[in-house]
Design a protein. Structure first.
Length: 207
């Protein structure tokens, strides 16, 4: 019996080890734009977005995962501040249209409150289309794949442009036969009616 329990416990531990880490949940708690939307092509744009990290497993974030951040702003400068229980913790900067945050600096025991403040300064492209993706965050697993359902996107309209909409499909109505035409088609021809009446008259005369 003892050996059976030992084997069962070992099987459970092995199964838990093979299970992929559960992804965390990012919740956008606040976002601010300077200047306010709509975005103006060729102008500088400043954005600050605050996130709360809600744990879905034994830690606030899987250590083997990372966050991939992208922006549609040109010449972007990134400032990423991680907060722990309301106080500043890890901090990093980046430049370009993408930035990455290692899961190590987001991973704590679940009795802690972990957040993140992302600041981006960049140029609205002259050829920007509306709406412009200002910030997109994806959680990447240890195989380099995006965790399904983890994508968060912040987009803003561009001045002087209408958002691309879905064209209304043109409906072709079926051809409906008018009631008068249907009635005419159902009635027997006049010649056939006269022939029936004549035949009946001849029968009566012969009798």
């Amino acid at each position: 019996m003892t050996r059976t329990r030992s084997l069962t416990l070992s099987a459970v531990i092995l199964l838990l080890a093979l299970l992929p880490p559960v992804s965390a949940t990012l919740i956008l708690s606040d976002v601010a734009f300077t200047p306010n939307a709509p975005l103006v092509p060729g102008s500088q744009q400043h954005m600050v977005a605050q996130y709360a990290i809600i744990p879905s497993g034994s830690t606030t974030f899987a250590k083997g995962h990372e966050l991939q951040m992208q922006t549609g702003l040109s010449n972007a400068k990134w400032s990423i501040q991680v907060t722990l229980d309301g106080r500043n913790a890890a901090y990093q900067t980046a430049s370009g249209n993408a930035a990455f945050v290692n899961g190590e600096i987001l991973s704590y025991s679940t009795n802690h409150d972990v957040g993140m403040i992302v600041t981006i300064d960049g140029l609205v492209p002259q050829d920007a289309t509306s709406p412009l993706m200002v910030l997109q965050i994806d959680e990447i697993d240890n195989s380099g794949n995006i965790i399904p359902g983890s994508t968060l996107t912040i987009s803003q309209p561009v001045a002087g442009q209408a958002p691309a909409g879905t064209p209304v499909p043109t409906l072709t109505l079926p051809l409906v036969t008018p009631a008068s035409q249907s009635t005419k088609a159902a009635m027997p021809p006049a010649g056939a009616v006269l022939a029936v009446l004549a035949a009946g008259l001849l029968v009566c005369l012969r009798q």
